[in-house]
Design a protein around this ligand. Structure first.
Ligand SMILES: Cc1ncc(COP(=O)(O)O)c(C=O)c1O
Length: 382
């Protein structure tokens, strides 16, 4: 069965994990720090904090910026629910801004329409791996005194205006996910990058119950001399990544250049094979960004073809091809409808959802498989 995404694990990955299992440190050991260093070197951010998953990364990013009840944060409806949920975890209000229909990225003119005096954070999502218009988003943030979190769950290895996504050249914080369908995996895992020392220190505290065991940071100075003392300074979580996961991440990082190269090749092949056929459209590639595509979204105007998306899914499944849809717009989820959102609120996202399917895209996918997927789709739709 070909699915839209899957991990690529080799012997080196397996041996690296086994080594950790034989070591003294299964968690809170050296592999986590090595993995963080590898990510900050790669993204060119000053600091990196590895966490249990991408959702935890978003949650801690929002908390570190002080998002709280009464505040509003703006994101896109065309994302995984985690992006909006992190706002709710902080008790703040989720505001959505519609997308650009050709890229699936948040539309900066739409962001402007939803700004209020309560807006505190903007959370653009680099959908499919392509960077949002960060120059405009930063200038909006500066003008209105807002913070910016880049949700880069899809975009490890992508560049914007020549800068690595995750370098935080255009944001306060960037979050990543290392779920198995992502460009590298740790099984479950995530990370936050930043250039701010004070945000970095907050993230470290929040990741581990709000506890510090660094005597330099103790509020209660008289306890400094007790070697067993640790201090809980704020309400945090256990969002730590284990050394087992981090070791897998480190091993995967070594293969990241070849993972990126292969993803580019596959997307180029899809582009070539669908080119010139008006029934199909891949998302527009922007000149100011070099995406490492996590998804390869294909847009099909089903009102102009003879079958429905459901029928296409069913027929492809019979051929051993399991597609996915990214995403059902979040405002249509029953939970978000309890806040008054309804069908018709974000027409571009809804139209995009109706048209989009995610084609298989992962390192191990061969050119022959790509050609066969395209042939099947064209045949079924003819
Ligand atoms: C855009 C986006 N943000 C956040 C997440 C959450 O990441 P995780 O599954 O690692 O919690 C995902 C996961 O798929 C995602 O696609």
């Amino acid at each position: 069965m070909l699915s839209y995404g899957r991990q690529s694990i080799d012997k080196k990955d397996i041996n690296t994990v086994i080594e950790v299992l034989r070591s003294n440190w299964l968690t809170q050991g050296p592999k986590v720090i090595e993995f963080e260093n590898s990510l900050s070197r790669f993204t060119q951010a000053r600091y990196c904090v590895a966490v249990a998953n991408g959702t935890a990364a978003l949650h801690l990013a929002a908390l570190a910026l002080g998002l709280k009840p009464g505040d509003e944060a703006i994101t896109t409806p065309l994302t995984f629910v985690a992006t909006a949920n992190c706002i709710r975890y902080c008790g703040a209000t989720v505001k959505f801004a519609d997308i650009n229909p050709t890229t699936g990225l948040i539309d900066t003119d739409e962001i402007k329409k939803h700004l209020t005096p309560k807006t505190k954070v903007l959370i653009p999502v680099h959908y499919a791996g392509q960077s949002c218009d960060m120059a405009t988003i930063t200038s909006l943030a500066k003008k209105h005194h807002l913070f910016v979190i880049e949700d880069a769950a899809h975009a490890l290895g992508s560049k914007y205006q020549g800068k690595m996504v995750g370098s935080c050249s255009f944001s306060d914080l960037t979050s990543f996910s290392f779920h198995p369908v992502k460009t590298i995996t740790t099984g479950e895992g995530g990370a936050i990058t930043t250039n701010s020392y004070s945000l970095y220190k907050k993230l470290l505290l929040l990741r581990t119950h709000g506890i510090t065991n660094n005597p330099q940071d103790f509020v209660t100075k008289s306890f400094k001399k007790y070697p067993w003392y640790y201090e809980m300074q704020t309400l945090g979580f256990n969002y730590r990544l284990s050394d087992i996961h981090a070791a897998l991440g480190l091993s995967q990082m070594k293969k990241l250049p070849k993972f990126i190269k292969r993803r580019h090749e596959i997307v180029s092949l899809y582009r070539k094979l669908f080119a010139g056929d008006g029934r199909f459209q891949l998302i527009k590639e922007l000149s100011n960004s070099k995406a490492t595509f996590h998804l390869c979204p294909l847009l099909i105007d089903f009102s102009k073809v003879s079958l429905t998306k459901r029928e296409l899914f069913k027929k492809l499944l019979q051929k051993g091809i399991k597609l996915q849809v990214h995403y059902l717009p979040i405002h249509l989820q029953p939970y978000y409808q309890t806040f008054g959102y309804k069908l018709g609120d974000f027409p571009q996202s809804e139209r995009f959802y109706n048209q989009v399917i995610s084609l298989p895209l992962y390192y191990g996918l061969t050119d022959t498989q790509v050609s066969s997927i395209v042939t099947h789709i064209k045949k079924i739709i003819s």
